[in-house]
Design a protein around this ligand. Sequence first.
Ligand code: NDP
Length: 347
Amino acid sequence: TKVLLTGGSGFIAAHILEQLLAKNYTVITTVRTKSKADLIRQAHADLVEKGRLSVAVVPDIAVLSAFDDLVAKIASGRDGDLEYVIHTASPLFFTFTDAQKEIITPALNGTRGILEAVKRSAPSVKRVVITSSFAAILSEEHFTDPNTTFSESSWNPDTVKDANRSIATGYHVSKVESERLAWAFVKNEKPNFDLVTVNPPLVLGPVAHSLASVDAINASNERIADLLRGKWKTEIPETGAVDLYIDVRDTAEAHIKALELPEASGHRLFPVASRTSNHEIAKIIRDNFPEFAERLPGPEVKGGEHVDETKAYKWNCDETNKLLKIDWIPIEKSMVDTVNSLKDKGI
Ligand code: NDP
C-alpha cells in the first residue's frame, strides 16, 4: 500500500516514516533539500533499493502548486495506486518577525496545496491525515480557567487578525486556520478522500536516527537540549501553558492508526499522555543521568513547577483513547530515551 508523507525530515515525520516502513507500506516522502533527501536515503538504503521508499524534494510548501507535479507523477505508478496521504510539513519555529509571511501563509498554502493536488490528480486516495495541533484546540483566554475542559470538540477561536498578539499566538493561528481550511475543503469540495486530523500537544521523545544533528534539534525538544547544555543550572524556566505532553513515538502511531482505522474517519484525534513540567523533566534527567550532574540544576533549584491544578484548564481525550487504544508512554521513559538519543548525537 502506497503512502505519501510530507515533511519526512521532521521530528515527528521521521518516526512516522520508520513505523510505516516497519509495517510494510511503500512510502514516498518529501523534504526541502537534496542533502536532507540523501540523509533519509542513506538511513534506509536497503528499502530505497527495493523500491519501498523514495524521497522527493519539494523546496517550499508556501508555493501553492508545490505538490502538483509530484502527486500527478506518483498517483498511479507501477507499484500500485496511491491510497493515503499524511501531511505533516508546516513551519514550527518561534523566531519569526512576520507571522503571516513566515508561518501562516506556508501552513495554509501547504494544506490547501496538498488537498487540491490530491483531489485533482489522485482519485485513488482514500484518506488524508493532517498533523494539526493542540494549538487548534486551546483557547488562550481559558488557560487559567479550571472550569474549561479542552477536548476533541474544542476549537481555538483565534483567527489571522489575532496573529500578532504574541509569537505563540502566531503559531497557534497558523495551525487552527490550516485545520479550519482542511475541514472546509472536505465539506465543500466533496473530494474522493476523507480526513482525519491528529492534534498533539507538546511532543517530546527521542530523535530518529536519520535526523542531521543536535544543532538542528526540533523546536519542542529544544528545552531538553537547553537543560543538557547547562542553561537551567541556576533557574528552571517556566513550563508554559501548553504542559500536556505526548511521546513522539505515540504521536507517530496515532498517525498510522488515523490512517488505518475506518472508524477514525472525520475525527480530530487528541493524543495526550499526561501533564508535565520543566521541574519534573529536570528531576527525571538528574535522577537518571549522573554523568550530566554538573550541567543540571540541583534538587534545590526552583522554577518550572507543576501547575496548580485549581488554577488551570482541564483536558479530556476519552474519544481518542477509545478509538486508538494506545498505552501512552510515560514521561519518565520518554525523557530517558530522549537523552539517550541526544547522547548518540553527541550532545
Ligand atoms: P519539525 O520542525 O521537525 O518539522 C516540520 C516539518 O515541516 C519539517 O519537515 C520541515 O522541513 C517542514 N517545513 C516547515 N516549513 C516548510 C516549508 N516552508 N516548506 C516545506 N517544508 C517545510 O517539527 P515537528 O516534527 O515537531 O512538526 C511536525 C508537525 O507537527 C507540524 O505540522 C507541527 O505543527 C505539528 N505539531 C508539532 C508539535 C510538537 O510539539 N513538536 C505539537 C503539535 C503539532 P525541514 O526538516 O526542512 O525543516
